[in-house]
Design a protein around this ligand. Structure first.
Ligand code: SF4
Length: 248
């Protein structure tokens, strides 16, 4: 099944604390380190609120997913892949797979560019962060839509988990964007790929959604690609997948 969706921009608006934390604002995790931080933090909070408000005005989130078989997915994984990877280990045991892409649209990127051009670096940077989070939240919205589809088609069990992977991360080479785009055709929602495999609009996310028994996602991050990985975001992703309850 292939499905396209418009998403309400408010549904992809990040929390102010998320934006502050990503910007490295002291106390961005929720607490000021010292009383001296309070005025600066309040200025930053007001700026983040303004950026989120601008994001909601400008963002035009759209997304799509397109299901495919493991055999059809295999050629998309292969280009340029270095050694083993979590995705290569997991996908053969998946119950269902879907390519996906989301974007929050070009207008918000154009506004970020105009703010930088006008030397309003603080607001431009806050809006850039808000839009990056917005694209991630749009990806979560598409994941939720696919989850609903799996439930409606009787393919979601209490033990089913869904994890997303994107080219350029966790051993899936960024060159895989080319066959992924050829198959998914996200031009239909306004996303293009340039010769450096960067997406246009910039605030877009693409990849594969993998559904299967939660057990298949319980990998140890000890692949070749994990050497030197500082982010180790897989740990949080695995933990939240474990914490997800079944069919609600
Ligand atoms: S350690 Fe890093 S590269 Fe390895 S799976 Fe986790 S996030 Fe990916």
């Amino acid at each position: 099944m292939r499905a396209l969706f418009d998403i309400a921009s408010d549904d992809t608006a990040p929390q102010v604390e998320q934006v502050l934390q990503a910007q490295g604002v002291p106390g961005g995790g929720g607490r000021s380190r010292s009383p001296d931080d309070a005025p600066r933090r309040e200025r930053a909070r007001q700026l983040a609120l303004q950026a989120i408000s601008l994001y909601c005005e400008q963002a035009v989130p759209r997304g799509l997913f397109d299901e495919l078989t493991a055999d059809a997915f295999e050629p998309l994984l292969r280009p340029g892949e270095i050694g083993d990877s979590p995705l290569r280990q997991i996908y053969p045991d998946a119950g269902a797979l879907a390519l996906y892409a989301v974007t929050v649209g070009e207008p918000v990127s154009e506004l970020i560019g105009r703010l930088f051009d006008a030397d309003d670096f603080a607001l431009a940077s806050m809006l850039d962060t808000a839009a990056s989070h917005g694209a991630e939240l749009a990806a979560q919205a598409i994941k939720a839509r696919w989850r609903e589809h799996l439930l409606a088609t009787g393919r979601l069990q209490p033990t089913t988990g869904i994890m997303e992977f994107s080219p350029g991360y966790c051993g899936w080479e960024v060159t895989a964007q080319q066959p992924l785009f050829a198959r998914l055709r996200p031009a239909e929602i306004g996303i293009a790929l340039n010769s450096s495999f960067l997406m246009q609009p910039l605030k877009s996310v693409s990849g594969v959604l993998v559904a299967g028994d939660k057990e298949i996602f319980m990998f140890d991050p000890e692949f070749e690609c994990c050497r030197g990985c500082q982010a180790r975001t897989c740990v949080d992703r695995i933990n939240s997948l474990v914490a997800e309850s079944g069919l609600d």
